[in-house]
Design a protein around this ligand. Structure first.
Ligand SMILES: [Zn+2]
Length: 227
């Protein structure tokens, strides 16, 4: 009987830890932002894992449609794409931190968590003279140390209401339809402009923007969504 209780307790703890660290709406390990005001017809498109060559086309499309978005950048990707980062900033988009090397952050030491965040924060200050305020952990996976470190650096941890499967699916129609079905007031939508071939994301973007505009949504930066 005792063994049954221990198995139950252990499985329950594992479920709570998995839910708490990876479910985008979970507040178990600390406060995360996953949506904006539900009364306003605003949606925030966010792009993770850049900057990369695909970011250039994403920026061209956003510029053409006069739409603002938010880019959660990986620090090490800036080393070869500094000009793209500068363009994101100069065209009025938001920038957030997505770590320096994209580790699963609960699996690394406190010291390295701090370094991942601080190095990327310093890089944004040096490159675009920006005081960053948003952080998104890689894969959305966090624990109380990760959220605490972000808070110490003045950052709000942001997850999402919908994540496109564009990191594993090369089907622009499917990516676009998934995003369009997730439209609602205050939605934060995650897509990927780096980390592999993102041509399908680029191809999906005009469909997404067009449908948002048809449905009367404003596509705004995170700062505008959360203000
Ligand atoms: Zn990522």
């Amino acid at each position: 009987m005792k063994i049954v209780i221990w198995v139950f307790v252990t499985i329950s703890l594992i479920v709570i830890i998995l839910y708490g660290s990876s479910f985008p709406f979970s507040q178990i390990f600390g406060k995360v932002v996953y949506e904006g005001d539900r009364q306003t017809k605003n949606i925030a498109l966010t792009f993770d894992d850049g900057p990369s060559e695909y970011t250039i086309t994403v920026l061209d499309l956003l510029k053409k449609e006069k739409v603002k978005a938010t880019f959660f950048i990986i620090g090490k990707n800036v080393e070869e794409n500094e000009d793209i980062l500068k363009r994101i900033h100069s065209e009025g988009h938001d920038i957030g931190i997505h770590s320096y090397t994209h580790p699963v952050m609960p699996f690394i030491s406190n010291k390295r968590i701090d370094k991942e965040i601080k190095d990327t924060k310093d890089l944004l200050k040096q490159t675009v003279d920006m005081d960053v305020v948003y952080f998104r952990p890689p894969y959305g996976i966090r624990d109380w140390r990760v959220i605490g470190s972000a808070r110490k650096h003045g950052l709000r941890t942001v997850t999402w209401t919908h994540i496109a499967p564009d990191y594993k699916v090369q089907d622009s129609e499917r990516i676009a339809q998934g995003v369009i079905h997730s439209f609602r007031n205050g939605a934060i939508i995650t897509m990927h402009d780096g980390g592999g071939n993102r041509q399908a994301t680029v191809n999906a973007l005009p469909l997404i923007i067009k449908e948002a505009q048809n449905q009367g949504y404003q596509l705004v930066s995170l700062t505008e969504l959360l203000s």
